[in-house]
Design a protein around this ligand. Structure first.
Ligand code: GRF
Length: 192
């Protein structure tokens, strides 16, 4: 049995899709949601599903290993970042080697790195005038958006698109692919 912790600090639409996808799953369970924002809508959503939640402060995250203790108490085997903006500290990466993935709303390495999140990404895509964008699911290392790519899917960008319409198209891809890519990673890993 794999037990997933989702780290999220925003609305949590991806978190919801992942939770719903694994609700009746035999081998995978979403067991914990971790957030750095006590008011994040993702927390109330997770609670509706009866999922354990943990709110962390910057100090706790970077200067203690409390999160690690909770993860091990909860027997978490895999971490999914879905709208979590803090850099993951080395102690967490070391304890979850190739067991942390993130989703980025563009085709990395383009439009990645510090400050490239949310609408900033889609505005940059629009300004650059590229004709396609998409999603990247990648392993997480100590640097923003630089871990090995696991999966990408793309969609067109038209001249008439606004950053908002690009965001909508990209979000559709996220919701469509993220849960099943996680499932494939987990089931593939189990077979090793
Ligand atoms: C998504 O766009 C994801 O790519 C990014 O953060 C956003 C989270 O959105 N890393 P939501 O909270 O899941 O709606």
């Amino acid at each position: 049995m794999d037990r997933i912790a989702i780290f999220a600090s925003g609305t949590g639409t991806n978190a919801r899709k992942i939770i719903e996808y694994f609700e009746e799953h035999e081998d995978v369970e979403v067991a914990l949601v971790v957030s750095n924002k006590v008011s994040a809508p993702v927390l109330s959503m997770a609670k509706e599903f009866g999922i354990e939640c943990l709110v962390i402060s910057r100090m706790q995250f970077y200067e203690t290993k409390e999160v690690l203790h909770v993860l091990s108490e909860q027997e978490i085997t895999f971490i999914v970042l879905a709208g979590f903006l803090w850099l993951i500290p080395p102690y967490l990466i070391a304890n979850f080697p190739n067991r942390i993935v993130n989703i980025h709303p563009a085709l990395l390495p383009a439009f990645g790195g510090r400050g490239m999140y949310g609408m900033n990404v889609h505005r940059a895509v629009k300004t650059a005038g590229v004709n396609k964008t998409g999603i990247t699911i990648h392993y997480v290392n100590e640097r923003y958006d630089e871990g090995a790519v696991v999966f990408q899917a793309s969609c067109p960008v038209q001249a008439s698109d606004s950053p908002e319409s690009i965001a909508k198209r990209v979000q559709k891809l996220e919701h469509e692919y993220f849960p099943s890519v996680i499932e494939n990673l987990l089931l593939g890993n189990e077979r090793k």
